[in-house]
Design a protein around this ligand. Structure first.
Ligand code: BG6
Length: 498
């Protein structure tokens, strides 16, 4: 476990560090963070000079804290349970109770961290993970700023901030300004777990690792783009949080905009974090802003029947659980190409995908049959059935019939092994200081600037359209597309849909 050399799969072992998780008794730590840390440990990607300290408001016995995390690992880790690996990790897990805004509690934490650092031979490196409710971010950051002053100069301090990163542009700017007071931008890791998904990263590889697409990836050939993230689950026990958030804040401004910018960005000059993020930012900045009329025509929200009965939800709640947007990246490559985004909870299926729909093939040769030729289409399946499918037309053997066929790539069939979990990749990247897959300050603020006017208009607008749970959203969502003479892509398993 102690090697500092690259491991078999070419990944780098992390440098020595203590990871402190604020909000450690929460679900995220048990379901995602510690299983990801275990998976890293199991691949020898953590050094012996490593420890995890959970910080939370609740009093918690350290032994129970460890065993609770052990159970979480058994249930949620990607890799098999290994007693030896767990023992290695278990003795490096600690718990510290305290209030997030209490300076004394932070001073005690710092002392504890120093003691643990000495015990395991960790240099001064510290990674802090903010996994608390967002109102606790500011007091924690202020206190981290205070303890930082006493910190050794040759070691690094980094902070990972969970979503929601702000509620609107103003609050995101405020949070960024506060972070900027104590941390440089290269030390701030705004997490967006969609960027940790292999299939999202593969958008870049698919686009820029193949010559084929580039000449066709523009408004000369593309008719429209659809980005869909539909979930089967409803808001469940998270209604209290969701009521203050809604679909636009919860999924669109972050995850879906990140996917959109990867689909629409120009080729970066290198794969360096800032070269990639510069291009993503440019794509976001090119989104055409919507005035009141534009918002009325190009945005639509829905709410599933029964949402208002959930605990913590107002009986007249206007919070949207479904959203459809039509946006335009107004630059030379994309001007005139609609980018449709659709997301909702309690929908028919759990599917995340990007659909690139090319224009119709010129109707000179093969369009004289009863069926019109289907246009070419690329479906990038983010989840499930990770992979992509390309729709083309082929001649059916015998006769003259032409039928659409699929070229299909499936991750698990081709590569066998299960890909790393998003949090595994992202935690490792933060440990080695690679911020490529994290949202930069200007990206987060630009994204909020796009949705702010929509949120404002919705606040004063009519109630969302109602829809039946387990449907594809309100019927008005279909009309939204029909107005443009189009329809939502219907995913059908691995084959990439109709
Ligand atoms: C989270 C949202 O960021 O992403 C949740 O807060 C949502 O509401 C989740 O369910 C979806 O993530 P995934 O990886 O299951 O698509």
């Amino acid at each position: 476990m102690s090697s500092n050399s690259p491991t078999r799969n070419g990944s780098r072992c992390s440098p020595s560090c203590i990871l402190t998780i604020f909000g450690a008794t929460g679900d995220l730590t048990r379901r995602k963070l510690l299983p990801a840390i275990y998976d890293l440990a199991a691949q020898d990607l953590l050094p012996d000079a490593f420890a995890v300290v959970g910080f939370g408001r609740r009093p918690q016995d350290e032994t129970e804290f460890r065993s609770g995390l052990g159970e979480g690992i058994k249930e949620f880790a990607r890799l098999e349970w290994n007693e030896q690996k767990w023992n290695w990790l278990c003795e490096r897990i600690f718990y510290q109770q305290g209030a997030y805004g209490d300076a004394e509690a932070h001073a005690t934490l710092e002392e504890r961290l120093n003691g643990i650092a000495e015990q395991f031979g960790v240099a001064g490196n510290r990674l802090y993970y903010l996994s608390t409710p967002p109102e606790e971010f500011a007091p924690i950051i202020e206190n981290l700023g205070i303890v930082r002053k006493a910190h050794k100069n040759d070691a690094w301090r980094r902070v990972i901030v969970e979503k929601p990163f702000g509620q609107d542009l103003g609050s995101a700017q405020k949070l960024n300004a506060l972070l900027g007071r104590y941390f440089s931008e290269s030390e701030v890791f705004r997490i967006d777990h969609y960027l940790g998904k292999e299939t999202v990263q593969n958008i870049l590889t698919l686009r820029f690792g193949n010559l084929l697409w580039e000449p066709l990836w523009n408004n000369h050939y593309i008719d429209h783009v659809q980005i869909v993230v539909s979930e089967k689950v409803d808001v469940g026990k998270r209604a209290g949080y969701y009521e203050t958030s809604g679909a636009l804040r919860d999924m669109v401004v972050n995850h879906m905009f990140q996917v959109m910018s990867l689909v629409c960005m120009e080729p970066p000059v290198s794969l360096a974090a800032d070269d990639i993020r510069d291009e993503k930012l440019k794509a976001l900045r090119a989104i055409k802003s919507l005035d009141a009329k534009g918002i009325a025509q190009n945005t639509l929200r829905g709410q599933y029947t029964g949402y208002r009965e959930a605990e913590g939800v107002a009986p007249d709640s206007k919070t949207e659980t479904f959203v459809a947007l039509k946006l335009e990246v107004d630059n030379w490559r994309w001007a005139g190409v609609p980018i449709y985004l659709r997301h909702g909870k309690a929908l028919e299926e759990r599917v995340s995908e990007v659909v690139i729909r090319w224009k119709d093939t010129p109707s000179v040769l093969f369009n004289d049959g009863p069926e019109k030729l289907k246009s070419n289409m690329l479906v990038m399946r983010i989840q499930p059935h990770d992979g992509f499918a390309l729709r083309m037309n082929a001649k059916v053997p015998g006769g003259n019939e032409i039928r659409d066929v699929r070229m299909n790539f499936d991750y698990s069939e081709t590569f066998g092994a299960e890909p790393p979990e998003a949090y595994e990749r992202l935690l490792h990247d933060a440990l080695i200081g690679d911020s490529t897959l994290f949202t930069r300050r200007d990206e987060s603020e630009t994204a909020w600037a796009i949705v702010d006017p929509i949120l404002e208009a919705w606040q004063n607008g009519p109630a969302p359209f109602e829809y039946t749970p387990s449907s594809w959203g309100p019927p008005e969502g279909d009309e939204f597309m029909a107005r443009d003479g189009r329809r939502w892509h219907k995913p059908i398993g691995k084959e990439g849909g109709e």
